[in-house]
Design a protein around this ligand. Sequence first.
Ligand code: GLN
Length: 242
Amino acid sequence: MKPIEIVLVYQSLLGIYGDRGNAMVLRRRLAWRGIEARLIEVEPGDPLPASGAIYLLGGGEDGAQVSAVRRLREDGNLFRAIEGGAVLFAVCAGYQITGHSFTIGEHDEVIEGLGLLDVTTRRGTERAVGESLSHWTRPDGTESLITGFENHGGFTTLGPGAAPLAFVEIGVGNANDGTEGAVQGRVIGAYPHGPILARNPELADHLLELALDRGLDPLPSTELDELRRQRIAAVRKAGLRR
Ligand code: GLN
């Protein structure tokens, strides 16, 4: 079988929050199952492959996300890949640029996004910074918690074409409206860093299942379960419950 291609997009622009760890988690979870993966790192100026199975966008500063969105539009291959059935997982700035538009700077300049998610981002009155915890319903109907660290000034509103990824117990999420992240087809956006896929292995496996078009056996790990249990307890102890 051809190796699964994981495309890590523009780390020099969207790499300041350690979200590259998401790519490492995906690759490792595939390797543990004996599935070969190839990690392709693409920097601005290099063409994006259109053949990837999963594309990853990370967090970044306002200026960097403007450069990223312009370059991605010029390149065009992310659109082709999504049309062809690829999965896009976008975190924070990456999530914001995947929507219709977002604002930056003192004058709230409106910047056009990629339009791959029916969401719109506007600068809020204060920054959302801190640990977050939200409830995600997996495709099989079971619930899983998503933990992470959010740090964003943009607040995101969902249109009818996108569904919330999860519902917030602790933290701000999209816009202090009780929702976190968005899902539209195979495009998923979320605010938490961590990296989020290291802290939430079930979400990592969900992306892999989408990309592979088949279910995967779980990878039980008492060590990971215990780390997650401790982390969730710490977030609940420190955080403000909605
Ligand atoms: N620059 C964006 C904001 O502040 C995204 C920040 C991030 O990626 N953590 O809203």
